[in-house]
Design a protein around this ligand. Structure first.
Ligand code: PRP
Length: 180
C-alpha cells in the first residue's frame, strides 16, 4: 500500500529487523553477566525499544520517561529547552542503563537526559538510537549503539511520526507532506 506523502523507503522492514538483531547482539555481548535497564523516551522510542528488548538475550528491565520541548520539536524550539514531563517509575542507582531513542538530531534531548540520569548514580549509562542524523547535530553526545545514519530528510516509521501518524510502520521512509 502506498501511503500519501511517502517519497521513498530508506530502510525496509527486513533491513530494520536485521540491523536491530545485530545491535541487540552487540548490546548482549557488552553487558553479558549483568542485568540491563532499557530506558525509552516517549513516544518515538517505543517500537524500537520493544524490538530491541525482544532481541537482547540477557535479562532486561524497561522503564520510560517523557520530555517536553518548549515550543515543540517541529517548530524550531529554543535549543536545549527540555524538561522531564513523565519521570521514571523506578530508581536507576547501581544499574546498567541504556537510554533508547528513535532518533538523535541536535543532541539536546540526549545531552539533557544523560545529565539528568547521571545524577542518579547508575552503574553505567549508555545511549542506543535507531537513527542518527549527525548532519543536524548542535551538541556532541556519545552514541554507544546506533542502527542507521540518515540524511537530512524528514523521516517517518519505526516510531517516528508525521502529525502523530505513521509511527507503526515497520520501515523507515522519507516523508514529503506535499506529495499526494
Ligand atoms: C524526537 C526523538 C528525540 C528527540 C531528538 O522526539 O524521539 O527524543 O526528538 O531530537 P534532538 O536530538 O534534536 O533533541 P520528539 O520531540 O519528536 O517526540 P516524539 O518521540 O514523541 O515523537
Amino acid at each position: 500500500m502506498t501511503l500519501p506523502g511517502i517519497e521513498r523507503v530508506l530502510f525496509t522492514e527486513d533491513q530494520v529487523n536485521a540491523r536491530v538483531q545485530e545491535v541487540a547482539a552487540e548490546i548482549s555481548a557488552k553487558y553479558r553477566g549483568h542485568d540491563l535497564k532499557l530506558i525509552g523516551v516517549l513516544k518515538g522510542s517505543v517500537f524500537f525499544l520493544c524490538a530491541l528488548a525482544r532481541a537482547i538475550d540477557i535479562p532486561v528491565k524497561i522503564d520510560f520517561l517523557a520530555i517536553s520541548s518548549f515550543g515543540g520539536h517541529a517548530e524550531g524550539r529554543d535549543p536545549g529547552m527540555v524538561r522531564v514531563a513523565k519521570d521514571l517509575d523506578h530508581p536507576i542507582e547501581d544499574e546498567d542503563v541504556l537510554l533508547v531513542e528513535d532518533i538523535v538530531d541536535t543532541g539536546f534531548t540526549t545531552r539533557y537526559l544523560l545529565q539528568a540520569l547521571a545524577g542518579r548514580s547508575p552503574r553505567s549509562l549508555g545511549v542506543c538510537t535507531l537513527l542518527d542524523r549527525t548532519v543536524r547535530r548542535l551538541v556532541q553526545v556519545p552514541i554507544d549503539f546506533r542502527c542507521f545514519e540518515i540524511p537530512d530528510r524528514f523521516v517517518i516509521g519505526c516510531g517516528l511520526d508525521y502529525k502523530q501518524l505513521y509511527r507503526n510502520l515497520g520501515y523507515v521512509a522519507v516523508m514529503n507532506p506535499d506529495k499526494g
